[in-house]
Write a protein that binds this ligand. Structure first.
Ligand SMILES: [Zn+2]
Length: 172
């Protein structure tokens, strides 16, 4: 029941770390205020955290993204401190791939009435989570709040938003 705000991968490595972008840093204040407002409006907040081990270079992902990132326990893996400060005690889904199937299963189990997604990267983990959630919960409105999302590039961000729209995800 109720509404859920999903905060995707707002970790140091994706904001101002090894895979950070100026767009990701730029959305940070907006993302923090969206989390605060959602909490005040009674949303449940859940977070995903990209989580790799020190064997990253033996993964398929490393062949496409040849930059070690989000190694569990390291600084780059940790949530950005501004995000961490407003999500104390909220549920976290660690994942070693782009989307969290456990998160989608959890959302289904809660019978939530609406899911809003924010975070990074629009064209990788935001879109993958949005599509898996929409696939598992076709009758639940899934919203991507684009002002609180950043892609690997501006173009990739916009392409991903269009693809999500095509898949019945509401982009605001
Ligand atoms: Zn990764």
């Amino acid at each position: 029941m109720g509404k859920v705000l999903v905060v995707v991968d707002m970790q140091n490595d994706f904001i101002d770390g090894v895979l950070g972008t100026k767009e990701a840093s730029a959305i940070l204040p907006e993302a923090v205020s969206r989390i605060k407002a959602a909490k005040e409006a009674g949303y449940e907040i859940v977070l995903t955290m990209d989580t790799h081990d020190t064997n990253y270079f033996s993964s398929q992902e490393s062949k496409f993204v040849p930059v070690a990132h989000c190694v569990e326990g390291e600084y780059g893996w940790q949530l950005n401190s501004d995000i961490a400060a407003v999500t104390q005690g909220d549920k976290v889904f660690k994942k070693s791939t782009f989307a969290s199937t456990r998160l989608a299963d959890y959302l289904k189990s809660t019978r939530c009435e609406e899911v809003e997604i924010i975070g990074v990267c629009t064209d990788i983990c935001v879109i993958c989570n949005a599509i898996i959630i929409k696939t598992l919960l076709p009758e639940t409105p899934v919203i991507v709040n684009s002002s609180c999302c950043a892609g690997t590039t501006k173009k990739a961000h916009n392409c991903a938003l269009q693809t999500m729209k095509n898949c019945c995800v509401k982009v605001i």
